[in-house]
Design a protein around this ligand. Structure first.
Ligand SMILES: Cc1cc2nc3c(=O)[nH]c(=O)nc-3n(C[C@H](O)[C@H](O)[C@H](O)COP(=O)(O)OP(=O)(O)OC[C@H]3O[C@@H](n4cnc5c(N)ncnc54)[C@H](O)[C@@H]3O)c2cc1C
Length: 403
């Protein structure tokens, strides 16, 4: 990343990709396996604009929500989303889709009502993503509820300890809905445009130059929404820990079987003790279970991980063994999908939501620690308001410490 302070007077003209349609349905990370979600939105290929008011790096929930919200609040401002691969290529297209309240670190000063905020964003952007909020089940090996619907064998007996606000949504529909809303509001979405470098100008004033896929774009302000990738760009390398987390999908089960295993209510669940396990039902009666974290090699580049080999392969075997042992009705259950996706942990599990160390005109948002489905869209909209100077960033601590 360049830290040049010299203004550049001339930008090369943007490379034209006229007319071509990129297919958002292909899997940009085949070695991370295939999630079951479908992103039903095709981004029309456009040239990189020579300049924009707001550049957003990353086309997941965070970046797309910010883009749609920016244009909704300020239709006169130009917005471009630079996505390295396809929209939803990162965690957002690979997530479990449990919509949870608060953050991985619990409630935070000034955080507000995450689920209520998500509902409002979806309503205002006219997005239907099958959001259902019947409550999420906290399960554990301690003393559970007297009539716990869940009684599973997993290093002790797992029972429901508490029901908390939460539910599920269809992540493919949320990615597509946010992209469609951003596009309809006039934001430019650019797929296949990895941002490789930012040429920063002065810390407080002036545009920065975004280098993306062979083109350059001068941006008034920048939002970095790249989650566990591009850590050098976000200045989070060594300050937050990227991992790949794993999930599997069972074959669909009928109502009777779901009733027997305690999941007929449609509530997602997650353990409050270890070993960790989370999951949710889908509308067709199939169930997603997730657990396990895989480290990148020394390069810290999660893109190198192949889920069919090494530690990931062993973890899948362990998850599937656990699922088959949870309940007699799960003993022979078939697994139809295995996949992984990136997540980013900050030391105290609080999200990173702060100015970029290089410029007050850039914000870094992410590191939701596997708790980002509702939070990413909610904070993405907040970031849009902050970029427009209408709202302050929260004070959730600095990111100085090296991990
Ligand atoms: C398997 C799995 C299950 C999960 N389950 C849940 C759950 O049930 N509930 C929950 O609350 N959270 C869950 N999470 C976490 C949640 O999905 C994420 O927190 C959320 O999707 C993050 O969205 P995001 O937009 O910040 O990041 P991402 O969706 O990762 O988007 C980042 C985007 O940036 C792009 N990018 C990266 N580098 C560059 C670059 N240099 N230039 C341009 N673009 C770049 C990537 O291609 C990617 O599209 C899960 C995560 C995983 C992986």
């Amino acid at each position: 990343m360049s830290t040049s302070k010299s203004p550049r007077s001339k930008l090369p003209s943007a490379k034209s990709h006229s007319g071509e349609l990129l297919n958002s349905h292909s899997n940009p990370h085949p070695h991370w396996g295939a999630p079951p979600w479908h992103i039903d939105f095709t981004v029309r290929t456009k040239p990189v604009p020579p300049s924009v008011d707001f550049a957003i790096v990353g086309g997941g929930f965070t970046g797309l929500a910010a883009a749609a919200w920016l244009r909704r609040l300020a239709p006169e401002k130009s917005v471009a989303v630079f996505e390295a691969d396809r929209i939803g290529a990162g965690a957002s297209g690979r997530t479990g889709g449990m919509a949870l309240a608060e953050s991985a670190a619990g409630d935070l000063p000034g955080l507000g009502n995450v689920l209520g905020g998500l509902e409002r964003i979806l309503a205002e952007l006219d997005i239907d993503c099958d959001l259902s909020l019947p409550g999420a089940l906290e399960i554990g090996r301690g003393k559970g509820l007297a009539h716990s619907p869940i009684q599973w064998n997993d290093s002790g007996t797992l029972r429901v300890m508490k029901k908390v606000p939460g539910g599920t949504l269809d992540p493919g529909k949320l990615v597509a809905g946010l992209a469609r809303a951003a596009d309809a509001c006039g934001a430019t979405i650019l797929e296949g445009r990895p941002v490789t470098q930012i040429e920063w100008q002065q810390r407080t004033v002036g545009h920065a130059v975004v280098h993306a896929g062979g083109s350059q774009c001068s941006a008034g302000k920048i939002l970095f929404a790249t989650n566990a990738l591009a850590l050098e760009l976000t200045a989070l390398a060594g300050r937050a820990e990227p991992k790949l987390t794993l999930a599997v999908l069972t074959e669909p089960m009928n109502e009777k079987r779901l009733e027997a295993i305690g999941l007929a209510g449609g509530n997602p669940f997650y353990t409050v003790d270890l070993p960790y396990l989370w999951g949710r039902c889908r509308r067709d009666g199939s169930v997603i279970f997730g657990a396990g974290l895989v480290d990148a090699d020394d390069s810290r580049d999660l893109r190198q991980i192949d889920i069919t080999t090494g530690g990931a392969k062993n973890l899948f075997e362990s998850i599937e063994r656990r699922i088959h042992n949870l309940h007699p009705k799960l003993r022979g259950i078939g697994i139809t999908h295995r996949w992984g996706g990136p997540i980013l942990f900050r030391e105290n599990w609080r999200p990173v939501f702060m100015p970029h160390p290089q410029s007050r005109n850039a914000i870094v948002l992410g590191a939701y620690a596997g708790h980002g489905v509702a939070l990413s869209a909610y904070l993405g909209a907040w970031a849009a308001e902050a970029l427009l100077g209408r709202r302050k960033l929260p004070s959730w601590g600095s990111i100085r410490k090296q991990m």
